[in-house]
Design a protein around this ligand. Structure first.
Ligand code: ACO
Length: 403
C-alpha cells in the first residue's frame, strides 16, 4: 500500500538503494574492479600477475601500505609478524571453553573480539604506532587462532607456532601437525594456499569490508571492526559460499544420483530457492578473474597431490552446462572465486567448516587496509544510512487490559 515514489519525494534528498547496488559509500585507492570486463587489480597490479609472481605477505604489504615492498621492507614486515604469532595462554583457555562442535568462524570472530581485551595497548585509532601494532598482531595471530579452532573441533592437542617457518607453512603445521611428531609441509600445498590467500586478499566494498568500514566509522578499534567483518563473511551468500559449494556437490550426489542436469533444472525453476552456489556475483557480469586462476590451480594441485576427486569432474560439468544455458547466460551468471576453492581445500585435508576461515585469513589484509584508509581520510564520517519509513502513522497507546 505504500507508494515509494511519493515517499521519496517527501524525504527530499533521500534515495532508496536496497543492497547498495548503485551507491558508493566511499572513495578508495586500494582495489579496482571492472565487473563487465572481468578485471581485478590491487593498487594497480593485475591479480593474475600478483597470483603468479608475488607472495601473500608481499601482497598484504602492498594493500596496507600502498606500494610493493623493497626486499628490506618485506624482511622487516615478515620479521615483525613472525614475532607476534603466539597467543596469550589465557586466550587459549578462553578458546578451550567453547563447545567442541562450535563453528570455527564463530570461534575466530570471538577470539579476534577478545584480542581487544588482551591487547589494550594497541586500541587507539589515531596513534600510528598502535595501529601498526594491532595490524601486525592481527596478521600474525589470525592463522594461529584459525589453527587452534580447527584442532579444538577435532579434539586434538594444539601446537605452538614454529617461527622458523613462514606464515603459511606455520599455519599448515599448526593445523595438521601433532606436538609429538615432526611435520613436513608439502611445498605444493603451501604454494597453492599462499596463492589462494592472494586471490582473496581484497575485493573493494563487499559485504564484510563494508561492515569493517561501517563499524570503524563509529571509531571502534581495529580488533572490533575485524571481528564484525568475520561475522559478515560467514554468511552463505558471501564467504560461506565456498563451503556451500561442496555441500551442493554432495547433495547432487546423494539426492540426484550425480545427475547434474537434473539439479540445474531445479535451480532454473527456482525450486525451494535453490541456487547454483559459487555462481553469480554482484559486480562481475563476466568470468570472475580469480575463478579462472583457481580453476587451473584446482586441476594442478589435485593432480600433483594425486587426488582423484569425482567432484572436480562434477563441478566442471556443472560449469559447462551453466555457461551454455540461457538461464545463466541471460543473467550473466559465471563461476565466482568460490566455485573451485572448496575442492582444493578438501584435497588439502581441511574439513568443510574451515573453508570460510581460510577465506578470512586471506581477506584480513584487505580489511585492515580499508579500515586504515578510512581512518586516515579526513572526509570520513560515521556511516549512517537513511530509510524510508513504511510503518504506522501516529496512534494512541492502548493499555494492556483494553487490547
Ligand atoms: N543460481 C541461480 N540463480 C541465480 C544465482 C545463482 N547462483 N545468482 C543469481 N541468480 C539469479 C537470481 O535469482 C536473479 O534471477 P531473476 O532475475 O529471475 O530474479 C538474477 O540471477 C539476479 O540475481 P540477484 O540475486 O539480483 O543478484 P545479486 O547481485 O543480488 O546477488 C549473489 C549476487 C548474492 C552473489 C548471488 O549471485 C548468489 O546468491 N550467488 C550464490 C552464492 C555465492 O556464490 N556467493 C559468493 C559470492 S562471491 C564472494 O562472496 C566471494
Amino acid at each position: 500500500g505504500y507508494d515509494i515514489s511519493s515517499l521519496l519525494k517527501e524525504t527530499g534528498n533521500v534515495t532508496l538503494d536496497v543492497g547498495f547496488v548503485n551507491t558508493a559509500s566511499c572513495k578508495s585507492a586500494i582495489t579496482y574492479i571492472d565487473g563487465d570486463a572481468g578485471i581485478l587489480r590491487y593498487r594497480g597490479y593485475p591479480i593474475d600477475q600478483l597470483a603468479e609472481g608475488s607472495t601473500f605477505l608481499e601482497v598484504s604489504y602492498l594493500l596496507i601500505y600502498g606500494e610493493l615492498p623493497t626486499t628490506d621492507q618485506l624482511a622487516d614486515f615478515t620479521e615483525k609478524i613472525r614475532r607476534h604469532t603466539m597467543l596469550h595462554e589465557d586466550l587459549k583457555d578462553l578458546l578451550q571453553a567453547f563447545p567442541r562442535d562450535a563453528h570455527p568462524m564463530s570461534v575466530l570472530s570471538a577470539a579476534v573480539s577478545a584480542l581487544g581485551t588482551f591487547y589494550q595497548d594497541s586500541l587507539s585509532i589515531t596513534d600510528k604506532d598502535q595501529v601498526e601494532l594491532s595490524t601486525v598482531r592481527l596478521m600474525a595471530k589470525l592463522p594461529t587462532i584459525a589453527a587452534y579452532a580447527h584442532k579444538k573441533s577435532q579434539g586434538q592437542p594444539t601446537l605452538y607456532p614454529d617461527n622458523r617457518l613462514n606464515l603459511v607453512e606455520n599455519f599448515l603445521r599448526m593445523t595438521f601437525g601433532f606436538p609429538s611428531e615432526g611435520y613436513d609441509v608439502d611445498p605444493v600445498v603451501a604454494k597453492a594456499l599462499d596463492q589462494l590467500f592472494i586471490l582473496h586478499a581484497d575485493h573493494e566494498q563487499n559485504c564484510s569490508t563494508s561492515t569493517v568500514r561501517l563499524v570503524g566509522s563509529g571509531h571502534a578499534h581495529l580488533f572490533a571492526s575485524i571481528s564484525a567483518g568475520i561475522h559478515a563473511l560467514s554468511g552463505p551468500l558471501h564467504g560461506g559460499a565456498n563451503s556451500a559449494v561442496l555441500e551442493m556437490l554432495d547433495s547432487i550426489e546423494t539426492q540426484f544420483g550425480g545427475d547434474v542436469d537434473k539439479f540445474v533444472e531445479k535451480v532454473k525453476n527456482k525450486e525451494d530457492g535453490v541456487k547454483l552456489m559459487g555462481f553469480g556475483h554482484r559486480v562481475y557480469k563476466n568470468y570472475d578473474p580469480r575463478a579462472a586462476i583457481v580453476k587451473k590451480s584446482a586441476d594442478d594441485v589435485l593432480k600433483k597431490m594425486g587426488v582423484n576427486d569425482p567432484k572436480l569432474e562434477m563441478a566442471m560439468r556443472l560449469e559447462e552446462i551453466a555457461l551454455k544455458d540461457d538461464y545463466f547466460v541471460s543473467r550473466k551468471l559465471y563461476p565466482n572465486v568460490d566455485f573451485y576453492t572448496g575442492l582444493i581445500y578438501k584435497a588439502m585435508g581441511f574439513p568443510t567448516e574451515m573453508f570460510t576461515v581460510l577465506f578470512a585469513i586471506g581477506r584480513l589484509p584487505g580489511w585492515i587496509a580499508q579500515w586504515r584508509e578510512m581512518m586516515e581520510d579526513p572526509a570520513t564520517k560515521i556511516g549512517r544510512p537513511r530509510q524510508l519509513y513504511i510503518g504506522e502513522t501516529e496512534r494512541a497507546f492502548v493499555p494492556a487490559d483494553k487490547r
